[in-house]
Ligand binder design. Structure first.
Ligand code: NAD
Length: 340
């Protein structure tokens, strides 16, 4: 290990500069107004990680490598999440994906992986009490998010009341998911915006979803065809009939019965070879879903094993995002077409 005095001045300066730049980009991104591409952001983050790997004494709690999201804005009331909302670790190739699986399997006996699409949207937390939606919030910094309940109430896919015809809902149920704008609706929204001149067109569906959800006036959000897919459970109390969540896939079945919006594209598989098949399938068929994806999320299915694997300061050890390469060229062409 180097000690503090061993850090060359130029390394220390670059570290400070990267932290400041990444914080700034993060803030803009969560407002739906990024000024650099995700790939450029990931490259800067990679450089910061490289420096911190060589000089671990530069790692502080405040470093972008250790944090989730960005501080919340003053436009919305603060909401403390019942259970922390995390980010995800990344794998950019098969080697990194296998390394994640090897680390998990070295600790616990993994026999099932849940594979699903990584929707390029915005993380949102929903709290249901006695089956009724009482609060919706952005992820914020993972601990505290922004209260966007009124805006989320305008999304058709989000039930106001859970369906209890199959089984009663728990007294308390906190779920997480992704709010997004489907690609077709994104195109139509941009055409409308361009025609009326009310706004500059959005660069991509993600920015459009972020901008639409963080409106101060929920009537504006109501005109944006947002949708949502749920992909996680936060806090919950056992249902009155004693139902407990035992795995990611079993939880999805119950959430679906309660009428929460789920993807029909997730798969539970029993080997990493099948995980790789799933990753390859969507690499070749990335535009098959009605919404944009930026990768695949792989989760250890069993909740007991998830608990045993635990989390780092910013991401669970029991899940990983396999990121596909960016499609900047197409995006830019679309932007130009939309802009004229
Ligand atoms: P992330 O987007 O890489 O992954 C975590 C998020 O994935 C979760 O919060 C969740 O909402 C979402 N997700 C989508 N589908 C999911 C599923 N099926 N299961 C679980 N989660 C799912 O991480 P992040 O911390 O939100 O953001 C970091 C990324 O954002 C960077 O890698 C970069 O690409 C981008 N970014 C870009 C800029 C910019 O300026 N362009 C700035 C900041 C961040």
């Amino acid at each position: 290990l180097h000690n503090t005095t061993d850090i060359p001045d130029e390394v220390r300066a670059r570290h400070t500069e990267l932290c400041r730049e990444l914080d700034d980009h993060s803030y803009r991104y969560y407002l739906g107004k990024p000024v650099i591409s995700d790939a450029e952001y990931d490259t800067l983050m990679g450089e910061l990680r490289g420096i911190e790997d060589s000089y671990p004494q530069l790692v502080t709690q405040d470093s972008p490598t250790q944090k989730v999201g960005a501080p919340i804005s003053v436009d919305f009331a603060e909401v403390e999440h019942l259970v922390r909302m995390e980010s995800l670790g990344n794998a950019f190739d098969t080697e990194e994906l296998n390394a994640w699986a090897d680390r998990a399997s070295a600790e616990v006996p993994v026999d099932a992986y849940l594979c699903e699409l990584k929707i390029d949207g915005l993380a949102v937390d929903l709290v249901y009490e006695r089956g009724r939606l009482v609060r919706a919030a952005t992820r914020g910094d993972g601990r505290v998010g922004e209260d966007i309940t009124l805006n989320v109430r305008t999304i058709d896919a989000v039930p106001e009341q859970l369906d209890e015809s199959v089984r009663p809902a728990p007294e308390l149920l906190e779920v997480r998911g992704e709010v997004f704008l489907p690609v077709k609706e994104f195109g139509e929204l941009n055409e409308r915006i361009t025609a009326t001149g009310e706004h500059t067109p959005f660069a991509n569906p993600r920015n459009a979803a972020a901008g639409s959800l963080r409106q101060k006036d929920p009537r504006v959000t109501a005109t944006r065809p947002l949708s949502m897919i749920v992909h996680g459970v936060g806090a919950y109390s056992p249902a009155s009939d004693g139902v407990a969540f035992t795995s990611q896939s079993q939880a999805y079945t119950l959430l679906g019965e309660w009428g929460l919006p789920l993807s029909d594209r997730y798969r539970v598989v029993d080997s990493m070879a099948k995980v790789r098949d799933y990753v390859d399938h969507y690499r070749a068929n990335r535009h098959e879903p009605a919404y944009e994806i930026d990768g695949i999320v792989i989760k250890v299915d069993d909740f007991g094993l998830q608990r045993r694997l635990g989390s780092t300061s910013r991401a669970p050890r029991w899940a990983i995002a396999y990121k596909y390469p960016p499609e900047e060229v197409t995006t830019r062409l679309v932007d130009i077409k939309v802009g004229v």
